[in-house]
Design a protein around this ligand. Structure first.
Ligand SMILES: [Zn+2]
Length: 265
């Protein structure tokens, strides 16, 4: 009798572990990191990551053998439906800050790391923003892909449809004409999007679009609402960064949204 109970317990434990393994395995998503400004000095904006922290984060990933994927490769992976390799990572920058060129680009070049920079076309050449020659130089490195982040950065969900369509399609045309390269990816300003906006982005000829924090309704494989993890001040702490790049951060976040503890940004 005792032997029987032990056998049943062992079987149950094995079943629990196997189920847990498959559950965890299924919850993995490739972290797509969203940076903004990489700059020195403390600022009230939590979106600024210092160059030191950025280097520490990249080293953290390198030391742990993360595979840096381009957004284009990640999109292909999503399309194929294949399982991602664990410890994959995608790096993106929003808005087109000049400091991306000054502080981040040299590191990307040195370590051969691909990244995508989403440009707001009206902001190019503005103070503290990238100018066209810096954008071209980054593009020519073949490490940095240039995506569109609209013309004005106004929230697409808050404007008339015609204006929204112009933001999506004309920004692509401006970038393509100036850079002489296809612009394949769009980043929704502030992440705000809708089914209609997604459709218009598709029609404009983009291959995929990045959002920010999206709610649970969005599938992990939605090419026009790719989830990204915002890297801010808090990721100065490498423990927090470690959780964010674990591949389970979106999963954990979903649970918190469900419980109403997580405020969307
Ligand atoms: Zn933005």
């Amino acid at each position: 009798m005792k032997k029987k109970i032990i056998i049943i317990n062992v079987i149950l434990t094995i079943i629990v572990f196997i189920s847990l393994f498959f559950f965890i395995d299924k919850s993995y998503t490739v972290p797509v990191l969203m940076y903004h400004s990489i700059n020195i000095g403390s600022d009230s904006s939590s979106l600024i990551v210092s160059p030191d922290t950025f280097i520490k984060q990249i080293k953290f990933l390198k030391d742990r053998n993360f595979q840096f994927m381009s957004l284009a490769d990640y999109v292909e992976l999503l399309k194929s439906g294949k399982k991602p390799r664990r410890k994959s990572i995608v790096i993106t920058f929003d808005d087109g800050y000049e400091d991306n060129y000054i502080y981040a680009f040299p590191i990307l070049k040195e370590l051969n790391i691909p990244a995508t920079v989403f440009i707001v076309t009206d902001w190019v050449n503005n103070e503290n923003m990238l100018n066209w020659s810096q954008i071209k130089e980054m593009k020519n490195s073949n490490l940095v892909e240039i995506g569109s982040h609209s013309i004005t950065h106004d929230m697409l969900t808050e404007m008339p449809k015609a204006a929204m369509i112009r933001e999506v399609s004309q920004s692509k045309q401006i970038l393509e004409k100036t850079l002489d390269v296809p612009v394949r990816f769009f980043g929704y300003p502030t992440g705000a999007h809708s089914e209609f906006i997604k459709e218009m982005t598709k029609i404009a000829g983009y291959k995929a679009a990045c959002a920010t924090s999206v709610d649970k309704r969005t599938a992990h494989s939605d090419l026009f609402a790719i989830r990204r993890i915002r890297i801010s001040h808090s990721a100065d702490n490498l423990f927090i960064f470690g959780v964010q790049v674990s591949g389970y951060y979106n999963f954990l976040k979903d649970r918190r949204i469900k419980k109403g503890k997580w405020r969307k940004y």
